[in-house]
Design a protein around this ligand. Structure first.
Ligand SMILES: NC(=O)c1ccc[n+]([C@@H]2O[C@H](COP(=O)([O-])OP(=O)(O)OC[C@H]3O[C@@H](n4cnc5c(N)ncnc54)[C@H](OP(=O)(O)O)[C@@H]3O)[C@@H](O)[C@H]2O)c1
Length: 377
């Protein structure tokens, strides 16, 4: 007989189908089980659309399956408030569901308490099944609720000896197609992607999600593209400012950018935000940047390089997670760019240590994902 874990794993799998599409809402999946058989499934596809519980109940109706006396597994505690949609707790009671199993509590004050509401209505409630995996699936959401700033992911592709380019600057491509596809999946999952002025100039990246696999269940817009350009060095004809691409662009700068350049950027639809410089530098203050992005509701931010920008984020201890794609090659060279630049730490004891490691082989390359110790949420 399948266990609670079995059905909850399925609910989490469904939740992840909408990865990148539900922000500012969490990812949620639900399955309805009658006599050890999944009779219906649903997931929250996009903010404003049906919640997972309601989608699953609708799915049962379409299939003419009875939900009376059924058990529902849902990856997040059902909401008990009127938001953009009515409370899920009421829909569950109305459907005659008698047991509700959920993975993680909703720490959003407005929506929390659904478990208690259901218990008061006579539904058996079981909490905390597969909690760790479900929290991981919604780590951007929980981090944002707690800190009001985005969850920050550092992403880079490097050789086995930690280089992201040769000494002459040749960097495309270090990793193979499977790793690059996975990189696009990472873009798909986040609200915004950030690069430094030099990467914009050297690589002219589009920073859009382009691989069809990544779009299998996707309906939302491309992530916001952000370039850190303190002085306005990135020319107007750069791919980052191409108005025909399906993504908005934000240039983060300082008072050193010429007003005329800022005006020209705005005229072609690019947003420009001026920030004060970080102490002792001529570059925008990254902590302030995260506050500004948080105010705009950006829950997740992917830093795609180069090594100087990644180094600044690491030096300021602003990284929550790392996505490293490592190719089985040695580039060598004292002057070849490392994956992470900046000042670095003095002592090994000060190094950012990763845990919750996920290691996967993608063709010949390795993918290592880990959260920074102390920064899980
Ligand atoms: N393998 C990979 O995964 C990968 C990924 C991306 C890029 N790359 C390669 O990396 C190379 C570029 O790396 P890079 O380190 O030279 O440049 P970068 O990190 O892309 O950009 C650095 C520039 O960003 C600006 N900036 C603004 N605010 C900053 C801040 N707080 N901290 C750091 N920089 C800030 C600075 O210019 P201003 O002072 O003028 O603003 C700085 O010179 C490219 O050749 C690219 O091909 C490799």
């Amino acid at each position: 007989m399948p266990t609670h874990d079995f059905y909850m794993q399925r609910a989490i799998e469904l939740a992840l189908r909408a990865s990148g599409n539900t922000s500012p809402n969490p990812l949620v999946g639900a399955v309805i089980v009658q006599q050890d058989r999944i009779i219906a499934e649903g997931w929250h596809q996009q903010a404003g659309l049906a919640h997972a519980e309601v989608a699953a109940i609708e799915n049962a109706k379409q299939k003419k399956e009875s939900t009376i006396g059924a058990t529902m597994y849902v990856s997040l505690e059902p909401c008990s408030h009127h938001g953009r949609t009515p409370p899920c707790t009421q829909a569950i009671v109305d459907a005659g569901i008698t047991t509700l199993v959920f993975a993680t509590s909703d720490t959003n004050q407005q929506a929390s308490g659904g478990g208690e509401v259901l218990e008061a209505a006579g539904v058996d409630v079981i909490a905390g099944v597969c909690e760790e995996r479900a929290r991981d699936a919604n780590r951007f959401f929980f981090h944002y609720l707690k800190h009001k700033t985005p969850f920050v992911i550092a992403k880079f592709a490097s050789s086995l000896d930690g280089k992201t380019a040769t000494h002459s600057g040749n960097s495309q491509w270090i990793t193979g197609t499977a790793a690059r596809n996975q990189g696009h999946m990472a873009r798909q999952a986040v609200d915004a992607i950030l690069i430094g002025a030099q990467t914009a100039i050297d690589d002219q990246p589009q920073l859009t999600v382009r691989y069809p696999e990544a779009f299998k269940h996707a309906t939302a817009a491309h992530p916001l593209r952000i370039v850190l350009d303190s002085r306005g060095r990135v020319p107007l004809d750069n791919a980052m400012f191409d108005a025909t691409l399906p993504a908005n662009t934000l240039v983060v700068t300082t008072s050193a950018m010429a007003t005329a350049h800022a005006e020209r950027l705005k005229a072609i639809g690019v947003e420009v935000v001026e920030l004060p410089c970080a102490a002792g530098t001529n570059q925008p203050d990254l902590k302030q940047l995260l506050n500004v992005l948080g105010e705009r509701g950006v829950q997740s931010l992917l830093i795609e390089g180069g090594h100087s920008v990644l180094g600044s984020f690491v030096d300021n201890q602003l990284i929550n997670e790392v996505w490293a794609f490592i190719a089985p090659m040695l580039i060598g060279g004292n002057h070849a760019a490392p994956s992470i630049g900046g000042v670095g730490v003095d002592e090994l004891s000060q190094a950012l240590r990763l845990h919750n490691l996920h290691v996967e082989q993608l063709d010949d390359d390795l993918f290592v994902r880990g959260t920074v110790v102390g920064c899980d949420e």
